[in-house]
Design a protein around this ligand. Sequence first.
Ligand code: I24
Ligand code: DGL
Length: 271
Amino acid sequence: MLTNQEAIGFIDSGVGGLTVVKEALKQLPNERIIYLGDTARCPYGPRPAEQVVQFTWEMTNFLLEKKIKMLVIACNTATAVALDDIRAHLEIPVVGVILPGSRAALKMTKNNRIGVIGTDGTIKSGAYSAAIKKKAPNTSITSLACPKFAPIVESNEFHSSVAKKVVSETLQPLLLKQLDTLILGCTHYPLLRPLIQNVMGSNVTLIDSGAETVGEVSMLLDYFDIANTPQNKSAVNEFYTTGSPKMFQTIADEWLDIEDINVQHIRLGGQ
Ligand code: I24
Ligand code: DGL
């Protein structure tokens, strides 16, 4: 098969990476997608870096067997600790979510004061501040771990008054920092966007790292001349999960607004 007709692989710790897939379906409708979510071992956020690197490799090796033309690490925590290692060993282009988010933030900021929120693992790694400082050393960066945010989304409480309270309390330390740009450095945070915007105020631009990443994927497909064409859009997208396919399907159907997606259960790491 021509490389152009091969799928783009997406990996994530669970279902959160579907926020990136939603954007990909919109911006790249000719592309075929193979997604793997490690739902059984989610969340990655609180795990030690070495373990996240190992799990991310297990996901990568699974998708490599499916023949993919590009790999997108849709998970911020996995990107933070595993991107460099995986990219160094693969022959296909590997894209993470941290650089596209950082680049978009640098483009938007006027006062060079950028905030980053994410899981414990992402913030502890310092990957966002390293990426931003490398490009613009004079930027002031405030990083804040928000370990309570993803669980709020996963318990379906993201519209509730509890969510509003937790978001407000957690983000208080950022309000003194005169930020004009805040990076949503976690797959789940776009679902909390209205609450986060409300607390930060309308003068702060929120950056969705996942959505920015799809712009980068699009650019790389053209650069390597491996984009698919509408005529060749063939087989359907495939979704794999290490957890319950039924539960995955329920969330994916609702979120992606397409019915009866093809979800299969797989095992990783000898589980
Ligand atoms: N959102 C996420 N994870 C969940 C959830 C959710 N349950 C409800 N909603 N559960 O992530 C995680 C654990 N599950 C996963 C599936 O297998 C079993 C264990 C955010 C997803 C972002 C696309 C809320 C919810 C929903 C539908 C769409 C979007 C959404 F129910 F946030
Ligand atoms: N996908 C993760 C991220 O973007 C959030 C969920 C988790 O902790 O695994 O960092």
